[in-house]
Ligand binder design. Structure first.
Ligand code: SF4
Ligand code: SF4
Length: 350
């Protein structure tokens, strides 16, 4: 681990230099707000942004991704054989990712990269990517990250963490991948380790003081799945939900997807697309049977997965990093903080 000082006057020149070997992704404002996108060569990341509408999850898990293809022309020897689609896994850097979104990628990794199963598309993209985080100095009103094991200067999942010091960035280089990226940018002005760490600690404490939103999760573990599943409050939680799926699409830790095959002339392509547990189609079987056919079952699934099943399965906290996007985006104001409180304090009546 080391610290580097980057004068802001050198920032653009440095990241432009890194484009020789890295594809760059970062925050860009458009009419829909700030999004994390691939940066064309003439586009710079907007490092002044406060919040992005979507997280960086699409860098590793695109909204629509070609995964397999086959040639249907029977005169070709390997016709109808599904093969992996060609994807560019050359090195890429995500600039300005928020620490809670990097932590979300570490949580998603528990699902896509296990000893038993590896999702080759996600893992190859992950291996190719370096995450350059930007500490949050002004947390938004929906940010409850400190109460779910992350925070404005959390380092988990990051390769470099930047602190914005007005005219310069102080960079904490956390991994070899981060070091390689700093070298590719030509950022090499070392800062004193002890002083830099003290400064990071001060900035972290200041930022954490400005967080005004919290949840309690301490009793979730001791509840049984069955008592929460059968609890009477799900009717009320689900009442106003319109199953639009917004909460899951904006969530950096949601990973549901669907597979779709399409043919065009003699070419067949298999896509995977983001899907949502909030949609009835997600679980409808070919027979027409649907194990989560009603809204209450789907809303319960979302919260039980995030706040109970994930916690029990991985013992790494809940499947939520407290970014607050779902709270802010839900058109009917369903609030995971309130649902978490309801679940955490629920006592079964004998
Ligand atoms: S955003 Fe709100 S209304 Fe839409 S599916 Fe999620 S909880 Fe339901
Ligand atoms: S559940 Fe909501 S607050 Fe938690 S990580 Fe997902 S979008 Fe953010």
């Amino acid at each position: 681990m080391k610290f580097i000082t980057i004068d802001k006057k050198d920032w653009t020149k440095g990241i432009d230099k890194s484009r020789e070997t890295y594809q760059l992704f970062g925050p860009v404002k458009d009419k829909n707000g700030c999004l994390i996108k691939k940066l064309d060569t003439d586009v710079q990341p907007d490092m002044e942004y406060q919040e992005s509408v979507m997280s960086a999850k699409s860098v590793l898990f695109p909204q629509t991704e070609k995964i397999l293809n086959a040639n249907l022309n029977e005169s070709v020897e390997d016709h109808h054989i599904m093969k992996r689609s060609l994807t560019d896994y050359s090195p890429r850097a995500v600039l300005g990712i928020r620490p809670y979104d990097a932590k979300a990628i570490a949580l998603v990794k528990l699902n896509f990269d296990t000893n038993e199963f590896k999702d080759p598309y996600w893992c190859d993209a992950y291996d190719a990517t370096v995450f350059v985080g930007l500490g949050i100095t002004k947390p938004g009103p929906f940010d409850f990250s400190t109460s779910v094991g992350t925070g404005p200067f959390c380092e988990e999942g990051l390769d470099i963490l930047l602190a914005d010091l007005d005219d310069k960035y102080l960079a904490k280089v956390l991994t070899q991948k981060g070091d390689a990226y700093a070298i590719a940018c030509g950022f090499d002005v070392k800062a004193d380790e002890k002083e830099s760490q003290v400064l990071f600690d001060i900035l972290r404490k200041e930022a954490e003081k400005n967080i005004v939103s919290f949840v309690e999760t301490d009793k979730l573990k001791e509840k049984t799945v069955l008592e929460l599943h059968e609890a009477p409050f799900w009717d009320d939680v689900a009442f106003s939900c319109i199953n639009c799926g917004t909460c899951t699409y904006v969530c950096p830790t949601c990973w549901c997807f669907d597979i779709q095959d399409e043919t065009k002339q003699k070419q067949a392509t298999r896509f995977r697309n983001w899907d949502t547990c909030m949609s009835p189609l997600f679980t409808r079987h070919a027979t027409g049977h649907n194990p989560r056919g009603n809204k209450i079952q789907r809303v319960r699934q979302r919260f039980m997965h995030k706040l109970k099943y994930f916690l029990d399965k991985y013992d790494q906290g809940i499947m939520c990093v407290g970014c607050g996007r779902c709270v802010k985006s839900c058109p009917v104001n369903i609030d995971i903080r309130e649902v978490c409180l309801t679940m955490n304090t629920f006592e079964k009546q004998e």
